[in-house]
Design a protein around this ligand. Sequence first.
Ligand SMILES: [Zn+2]
Length: 349
Amino acid sequence: MGLEKFGDREIYTLAESRTNKTGQNNVIVNGEGSDLNKRDALKGRAKRKTITQIMMLKLIDIAQKEGEPELEKSYWNTYYCQQNLFTADDRLYGKYCKNRFCTLCCSIRKAEMINKYHVVLKEWKTPYFLTLTVKSCKAGNLSLYIKKFIQGFQRITEKHRKRYQRGKGKKLIGIRSLECNFNPIKRTYNPHFHIITKDKEIAEVLLSEWLKLWTPKFARRPAQNIQKVNNLESGLIEIIKYGSKIFTEPDLKKRKNQKDTTQIYIKALNTILTAMKGKRIFDRFGFNLPKQNDKKQMPAKLLTEYNEWEYDISSADWINIKTGEVLTNYKMPSHLEAILSENIDLSMK
Ligand SMILES: [Zn+2]
């Protein structure tokens, strides 16, 4: 897969109102917006918005029941992410919530990150892919496990950085991301690091340090995975993910022609998001990114003639607030509709 498709960079947009002569509010937008002619991308956005909105209502419910007002507030922000869109001159502008569990924002952030890191990683001659994990745990222990994951990893890289500064050994260089799976049968959580290292030796050092750190009681060699990166692009896409999978297959080996049993374990998702809150999910170690000069903000633009669209859940699309026409013409496939209406597992533990 090429990286071109990620090229349509979109910067977060702020909209603000002021009334003009014709009675329509003027709108100030930031960023370059996105291309209104990319119909498939627009449909993808409608799909992500629909999934996100349905999920957020469920998560809000849980946050209320569990008495987590801060998380509840973030869920509401994501619920309203890109609720209203503005279009002018074939460009599309919206306001982003920037939360890590927002599928709308993540798809944009992911594209930016992949572009940024690809520049560096493509210079690595033999990058290695490493997965580090420990024995799965119960919900009540997940926060502690995730804390220990991040601390432990830092301790390892720090130790080798100091050694390297004393002229011994080598610096550990790579990127890592934290992910957590939920096993609905055992109702356990499996946090793990996905890592790309600069070379094989670094991956081997990390692996042996990890096993030593956690001891055989928690981490055994067969559960860890080390292999050469064959395709850097897909490796990067794999690693630059945020948080957790929304959809889970309860039958880990799914047979052909079987009814779609994909489930959304909403309580498990909330548990994972809570445990990961404020944690650095993605990080690099042992190197810096080259200075970027595209950081400068696009100048704000004043839109005097534009269309405004508001998202409507029953249409799974944005509706023109004046004409009533739909923006993307997205039609939710029946299997997705079924998953979202019937396969959300609301059990609390
Ligand atoms: Zn968002």
